[in-house]
Ligand binder design. Structure first.
Ligand code: PMP
Length: 470
């Protein structure tokens, strides 16, 4: 169709810009969306991607990883189109970002109109309504009906750093409790909070101090009830840190990079209760789980948890960089004036995108769409688990589902098979991501607007790859 061929020729235009711009214009003016199909017309990578890979290798730091060997020119809902005209099924959504789909029509229109009005004034210099409205929406949508306030930042890591700053200022304490398998970012503070050494921390120390890591209730590898694991963690916090020294407990309600580990039921409520009883700020890091991803606005809602502070990013703005910290007004207001901020935090274009994304989530009922994706995935993956004994566990919620792979008959992680299945999918034009402390988790994070026929086709390919590698 027209858009696929337009996309395919984009990179032959050396200025690049005109082609991309006209593609966006066609999307924004209600032009046809990208054909929702897998179509492989060259080897993966094709010749144009090969040429770009060579330029990348010469120009881009080797420290930045690259999972797929193809370069994108367009993307929407369930597909990414590459420079050679291949249309790939996208089961990653840019790592849980394009929940509303890539270049969602309302997001495109809102961004275009804001970018033409003004691109930046700095909210700390000359404020604008969009920032305030995003904060109002966050205060309304996040769990709990207490008075809330928000502040906006650029990345998830920055939101987490600010959660620690606010919790320390409010409590006048220093210690921060985090959990095994947790991931919170790549800045110095958040590297300290992140559990996994390779690739996130290796050779980058020394790390920020006063960060303490404890076990999480990991259902697949620990059969104890959640409350029992929580009791042993709480006892250790008491003995090793002293509850009265703890500023914050930070946890992902479903651990993302750690392998989609939803702590055993009962674990988080017990930790929240302990935090409440000791004046510790309970922080939910919903950067990966937020904005309908798990079949609720926020994953805390599945266990009725009301965090004191909540960090969000990724899905918030349909692909534009924006992050937020939201929480109890008295905690958020405990910081001195000027203590929070940054040049770009809450950029007006990103705020316009966030408001359009949130509107799209409600309008398209993306909560139900995530739940429907969950049903399809559990049904299909459960059948695969019966067939392939390397699938040890299926877990996650909504459109955040993963399988943990083991060496059959053991509990030993199977990162080799995980890599082989992922690579096979990539070569066949299905973008899947891996995760997990042991590198043995295949994770699936489609856009919530993923058409079901493509979801099934992706699952067919995953199944074929398990067959080929079993
Ligand atoms: N926290 C969680 C739970 C995340 O999943 C991520 C990103 N994977 C981050 C923090 C860091 O976000 P960013 O990459 O935007 O800094």
């Amino acid at each position: 169709t027209k858009r696929t061929s337009e996309a395919a020729t984009l990179l032959t235009d050396h200025s690049g810009r005109n082609g991309v711009y006209s593609l966006l214009m066609s999307h924004a003016t209600g032009g046809p969306s990208l054909p929702q199909e897998r179509k492989i017309v060259t080897a993966i990578p094709g010749p144009k991607s090969e040429a770009l890979l060579a330029r990348r290798q010469a120009a881009v730091s080797a420290g930045v990883s690259g999972m797929m060997p193809v370069f994108a020119v367009a993307a929407g809902d369930g597909v990414i189109v590459d420079v050679d005209g291949n249309s790939l099924i996208d089961m990653g959504a840019g790592i849980a970002v394009t929940n509303v789909g890539n270049s969602a029509p309302k997001v495109v229109a809102a961004v275009q109109s804001q970018v033409a009005a003004f691109t930046h004034t700095c909210f700390m210099v000359t404020p604008y309504e969009g920032y305030v409205e995003v904060c109002e929406k966050l205060n309304e949508l996040t769990p709990g009906d207490h008075a809330k306030k928000s502040a906006l930042f650029n990345s998830g890591a920055e939101a987490v750093e600010n959660a620690v700053k606010v919790a320390r200022a409010y409590t006048k304490r220093q210690a921060v409790v985090v959990f095994e398998h947790g991931y919170h970012g790549r800045t110095n503070m958040t590297m300290a909070m992140t559990a996994k050494n390779m690739p996130y921390k290796h050779s980058f120390g020394p790390f920020a101090s006063e960060v303490y890591r404890f076990p999480v209730a990991y259902p697949f590898r620990d059969a104890r009830p959640g409350a029992e694991v929580a009791a042993s963690v709480i006892s250790r916090i008491d003995k090793e840190l002293g509850a009265s020294n703890v500023a914050a407990i930070v946890i992902e309600p479903i651990q993302g990079e750690g392998g989609f580990i939803a702590p055993t039921p009962g674990f988080m409520p017990a930790i929240v209760e302990f935090a409440r009883a000791h004046g510790i700020v309970f922080v939910a890091d919903e950067i990966q789980t937020g904005f309908c991803r798990t079949g609720q606005w926020f994953a805390c809602e599945h266990e009725g948890i009301v965090p004191d502070l909540i960090t969000t990013a990724k899905g918030i703005a349909g692909g534009l960089p924006l992050a937020a910290l939201t929480g109890r007004a008295e905690i958020m207001d405990s910081v001195h004036v000027g203590g929070l901020g940054g040049t770009y935090g809450g950029n007006p274009v990103a705020c316009a995108a966030a408001l359009a994304s949130i509107e799209t989530m409600a309008e398209l009922d993306l909560i139900s769409k995530a739940q429907a994706i969950e049903s399809i995935m559990y049904e299909r993956l459960t059948k695969m688990k019966a067939k392939f004994h390397a699938i040890g566990d299926i877990r996650g919620r909504g459109a955040m589902i993963a399988v943990e792979l083991i060496k059959p008959g053991t509990m030993d992680p199977n990162p080799e098979l995980t890599g082989a299945v992922a690579k096979g999918c990539h070569a066949a034009g299905v973008v899947v991501l891996t995760a997990g402390t042991y590198g043995n988790v295949l994770r699936f994070l489609p856009a919530l607007t993923m058409p079901h026929h493509l979801l099934h086709e992706a699952l067919d390919e995953i199944e074929a790859q398990f067959s080929a590698h079993s």
